[in-house]
Write a new protein. Structure first.
Lengths: 233, 223
């Protein structure tokens, strides 16, 4: 009995020692902590920003001039906060227009506010699910405005940088679009997070930030249209 | 019988209490940091804090430069600034006319953002964007879309600015906790940082994720 008691004490002491080691480790007592740099002056930062913006514009200009397919660039996301519909019903209600179409061209231009380029796509409309006064009829095109485009980072060789709530449509993409009318550019933009559904090999791929995307992923367009009709009621 | 068992029982009780305390620290009570688990002060975790931090339990001031030229936006951002400055933690935000060394945040309207959305870019002392990777944040850029200029609900704008100010402190999105500013979906409910953004008192438990500003800046030891 005494031996059993000693064993329990030894095990308990070992557990306690382990816990203390973990606590001291978590408290940063187990190594040399990092040292904060002094920071640069605002003037130096402005210079670095100007150099970076210059590199961004040069990269964009060279990419456009090369005629390269933007599909070839890896997509990278800049995190954004946005109002994103929680359900398909909310999304249907929030959209000014819903269409099915194919992107004919995408033009990337420098954003006057800096940072992400502006992408202007021309989408040929094959079906109108929800109409809007400014929307052209089936067979015509709409102008789609988005933030994002080729940038020289963060991946080596550059990336297709976009907001994680505004995934870019690219030439030849077949898409279902939930749209907001943008009077200042007389065009449309996708609803944040739930505005773009890519149709790949007949199956839908929602955006990464789509809050109800799992219920849509992999479905056919015809299935989706039934769901939209049900959500409209 | 009672004699041999008394000492180990006390010891085991102590261990159980200690383990309970540790497990409490490791549950998801605070906003994520980039890394995850990035902070200023621990060896072995990714660095993720602002230049200008002076050490354990020290306050630090981040200068805000309004380049939005819009009274509505300024008012929304000012409420968010005030909410962060009055919350627990080491952070203080103050308006300045132009950037002040060692650390600052510019706020701009981005006309190229067509969604109702906002973003933050954090830059290190080499001018490199470290928004995705962490590191010592020297200066930041918050950009907001024109869609908030006349918001149907001004609280959405306050929530958006509050969220972005959280990013400037080194907080990442907290995708599993909606009761705080770092929930990545804009809402009009949470206008000020909550316990899920401020986080636990250091040493922040055994988990290296789910940590808030207290854990980033080693603020509030014993408090």
């Amino acid at each position: 009995m005494m031996a059993l008691g000693r064993s329990i004490v030894i095990v308990a002491a070992a557990v306690l020692f382990g816990a203390l080691v973990l606590v001291t480790g978590a408290a940063g007592l187990g190594g040399k902590p990092p040292v904060a740099p002094p920071g640069i002056s605002p003037e130096r930062a402005a210079q670095l920003d100007a150099e970076r913006q210059s590199r961004e514009q040069e990269f964009l200009t060279a990419f456009v001039a090369s005629g390269r397919d933007p599909h070839a660039l890896p997509r990278t996301h800049l995190d954004a906060i946005a109002v994103v519909a929680e359900t398909l019903k909310e999304s249907v209600a929030a959209a000014d227009a819903i269409v099915i179409g194919v992107t004919e061209q995408t033009r990337f231009v420098v954003n006057p506010s800096g940072g992400l380029p502006t992408a202007k796509s021309v989408v040929r409309i094959s079906e109108v699910v929800k109409s809007h006064a400014a929307l052209a009829p089936v067979g015509q095109t709409l102008d789609l405005f988005q933030a994002g485009g080729p940038m020289p980072y963060p991946t080596p060789g550059g990336s297709l940088r976009e907001l994680d709530v505004d995934e870019l449509v690219l030439p030849s993409d077949q898409v279902v679009l939930f749209l907001t009318y943008q009077p200042r550019v007389s065009g449309f933009s996708p609803l944040a997070g739930s505005g773009v559904y890519f149709v790949r090999a007949g199956a839908l791929t929602p955006e990464v930030r789509n809050r109800f995307g799992t219920s849509i992923r992999g479905r056919s367009v015809s299935d989706f249209l039934v769901m939209i009709a049900a959500a409209s009621r | 019988m009672a004699g041999w068992w008394a000492r180990p029982r006390r010891l085991l009780a102590l261990i159980v209490v200690l383990l309970c305390l540790l497990s409490q620290q490791s549950v998801g009570l605070a906003g994520d940091t980039i890394g995850p688990g990035g902070d200023c002060w621990r060896a072995g975790t990714p660095v993720n804090c602002r230049v200008g931090w002076q050490g354990t339990n020290s306050f630090f001031v981040v200068s805000l430069v309004d380049e939005m030229n819009n009274a509505t936006y300024h008012s929304l951002a000012d409420t968010a600034r005030n909410n962060w400055s009055n919350a627990s933690g080491p952070q203080q935000f103050q308006w300045v006319a132009s950037p002040i060394h060692p650390t600052w945040v510019r706020l701009r309207v981005n006309v190229g953002y067509y969604c109702a959305c906002a973003t933050t870019n954090n830059f290190n002392s080499s001018g490199t964007d470290i928004s995705d990777s962490g590191g010592f944040i020297n200066y930041s850029l918050i950009q907001i879309s024109p869609a908030y200029a006349n918001p149907a609900d001004a609280n959405l704008g306050i929530n958006a600015f509050g969220h972005e100010l959280g990013h400037t402190l080194g907080l990442a999105h907290h995708p599993n906790e909606m009761r705080g500013l770092m929930w990545p979906y804009n809402n009009s409910t949470y206008l000020a940082p909550t316990e899920f953004d401020i986080g636990l008192n250091p040493p922040c438990g055994l988990s290296i994720s789910y940590l808030g500003v207290r854990c980033i800046y080693n603020f509030g030891l014993g408090g």
